[in-house]
Design a protein around this ligand. Structure first.
Ligand code: DC
Length: 210
């Protein structure tokens, strides 16, 4: 199986690099962050509180998710825009700390890769937990300033300071949680994209293919 794992913090360039890489290598692409975002979206839709773990577990297990590179349909509702919105963004790290939710999502991620004999998968724990035997593990990173500036441009919000604070908060939750925290897998290759263009980052990663 040809799994390429792209992990790293928010704003490191994961999505852009992973998508371009998948296109270059003619592999399918999976945004696993979008899966956790879809769970958070369903939690909001059903007006469940973050403390209702049993209900959230049930939502994750029964989630009807149609995720493509262009769209995200959750339980029959088009959530493509909403999963990137502020409400979902502020809840998602909390939902992603729940082991029950992670077990279900990891199961789905493994099935996704197995049914297509591999693919480019981006997230936080792909190389460390989901596919420890991935053929290539990249840990993408960038300086805090660069990551905040990228995210601010992405969400078309002028206030870099607010975005920086939000990234910092999410990084803290993602790296400090007990279940599958964001870590550099032992054999991951760390790529700092602070001073790279997208093309340079993609070229660099392609050059690392075994
Ligand atoms: O990459 P993103 O910002 O869309 O991720 C959304 C959230 O999901 C983020 O808080 C980290 C979490 N996540 C995770 O815990 N494990 C993954 N494999 C992917 C994302």
């Amino acid at each position: 199986m040809r799994v390429i794992a792209i992990d790293g913090p928010a704003g490191s360039g994961k999505s852009t690099v992973a998508k371009a890489l998948a296109a270059r290598l003619n592999l399918d692409y999976l945004d696993t962050g979008a899966m956790y975002r879809a769970v958070a979206f369903a939690v909001i839709q059903k007006q469940i509180k973050p403390s209702q773990i049993e209900e959230i577990t049930e939502i994750a297990k029964s989630l009807d998710l149609e995720l493509t590179e262009e769209s995200c349909v959750v339980n029959g509702v088009d959530a493509t825009t909403e999963i990137r919105g502020p409400e979902v963004t502020s809840l998602v790290s909390q939902v992603a700390t729940m082991p029950e939710v992670r077990i279900e999502m990891v199961k789905r991620q493994r099935v996704w890769a197995e049914t297509r004999n591999g693919g480019v998968m981006e997230g936080r724990d792909i190389g460390s937990v989901v596919f420890p035997d991935a053929m290539l593990k990249i840990y993408l990173t960038a300086s805090e300033e660069v990551r905040a500036a990228r995210r601010a441009a992405e969400v078309k919000e002028g206030d870099v300071a607010t975005v920086a604070a939000d990234i910092e908060r999410r990084d803290a939750v993602d790296t400090q949680r007990a279940a599958s925290p964001l870590v550099e897998a032992e054999d991951a290759i760390v790529v700092d994209t602070s001073e790279m263009t997208i093309e340079q980052a993609v070229e660099y990663v392609v050059g690392l293919m075994p």
